[in-house]
Design a protein around this ligand. Structure first.
Ligand code: SAM
Ligand code: SF4
Length: 336
């Protein structure tokens, strides 16, 4: 029997999906995400693994059915596999899905263990298939290592979705080869529009903005794209390639309004709950949890209160000369 959702916001949207950033650190420095000399948070500011476990478990008790672990790079956090193991115990007991978004660099080491814990799917970010371009966009990443990680995940039986940020002048020429590369391996692929998050140094983000309407237009010259009704309650829209059966997603937070069906909230690595990726309103759970180490009810109540403040929609918009609704937070802090 379906459990009745208990977390419902003031617009009647059930909140069933929690994305949690477990670290702001990363072994890459993707140019659209971080500056090269990123300053990371001191350890004391981060939720401990025990605190993460506690708050995620409360969310699951309140009706969250899907948990995505992200970052920064989640697999670089020390002892993170213990956290995955603990969360996996909720699978089938309230939690339907435990998953992660990763840059793939540590997947070779962890894919088998993740699969054994009951993780079925993983999102791996990959913006190019070219070794030299990969080094350029990630600054510190090693292409071979990521490809090996992806292969290890596939061998371990994990279903793979590739996330590709669409970047004008960078991967425009690889659009078809990326789709075909994924198709041959039975991977899904989702394109993401670059978002105005955080100060990333001197990269001109407006110059790299490539609207997915254009990505889609170019794809439809090569394939027949059939719209899928499928919605995951987020910004992604999906199509099926008629010729191959492959699924392609488009995440267009800047050109498409997806908020009416939004089912998610985001917890940062410092314990701030953002009810909307594109708004600054947040609720601090680190202080609350440290003030009430034994009283989960106080935390549950604060979660209800925060959810009731979830806004109707977001403010992102690119105008010609500036970015309206630009967020000062980095994606790696909030969790992409
Ligand atoms: N490190 C992991 C990874 O790269 O998959 C997880 C965290 S990363 C912040 C999550 C996703 O956000 C990645 O797919 C990344 O490409 C995307 N991302 C980061 N900064 C972005 C930005 N400014 N606009 C759009 N997507 C961004
Ligand atoms: Fe790291 Fe992911 Fe950000 Fe790249 S996108 S710098 S891999 S957190």
């Amino acid at each position: 029997m379906l459990k009745k959702p208990t977390l419902v916001d003031s617009f009647d949207r059930p909140i069933t999906y929690l994305r949690v950033s477990v670290t702001d650190r990363c072994d890459f420095r993707c140019t659209y995400c971080m500056s090269e000399n990123m300053k990371f948070l001191p350890k004391r500011d981060l939720l401990t693994l025990e605190e993460l476990d506690r708050i995620c478990s409360i969310f699951i008790r309140l009706g969250v059915r899907k948990l995505r672990v992200t970052g920064g790079e989640p697999l670089v956090r020390r002892d993170i596999m213990d956290f995955f193991r603990n969360m996996s115990k909720h699978l089938g007991r309230g939690l339907d899905e435990l998953t992660l978004t990763t840059n793939g660099s540590q997947l070779s080491r962890h894919a088998v263990a993740l699969s054994e814990m009951g993780i079925r799917r993983v999102n791996v970010s990959l913006d190019t298939l070219n070794d030299e371009k990969f080094s350029r966009i990630t600054r510190w990443g090693r292409f071979d290592q990521v490809i090996q990680g992806i292969e290890a995940a596939k061998t371990a039986g994990l279903r793979i979705k590739i996330n590709t940020v669409a970047l004008k002048g960078f991967n425009e020429d690889e659009l078809l080869s990326l789709v075909e590369w994924c198709g041959r391996r039975d991977f899904d692929i989702t394109f993401i529009e670059v978002m105005p998050m955080g100060d990333i140094g001197n990269m001109a983000r407006l110059d790299s903005f490539w609207p997915l309407s254009d990505v889609r237009r170019r794809l439809s010259k090569a394939y027949t794209l059939v719209d899928l009704a499928l919605s995951t309650g987020g910004p992604a829209r999906y199509v099926k390639v008629k010729e191959t059966g492959q699924k392609i997603g488009f995440i267009t937070p800047l050109t498409h309004n997806f908020c009416e069906s939004c089912n998610r909230v985001r917890l940062t690595c410092t314990g701030e709950l953002f009810m909307c990726l594109g708004q600054e309103d947040r609720a601090d759970f680190r202080q609350l949890m440290r003030a009430h180490p034994e009283q989960d009810e106080a935390v549950a109540q604060a979660i209800h209160q925060a959810i009731s403040r979830k806004p109707k929609g977001h403010d992102f918009d690119y105008s010609r000369h500036d970015v309206v609704g630009r967020m000062s937070r980095h994606m790696s802090h909030t969790g992409g």
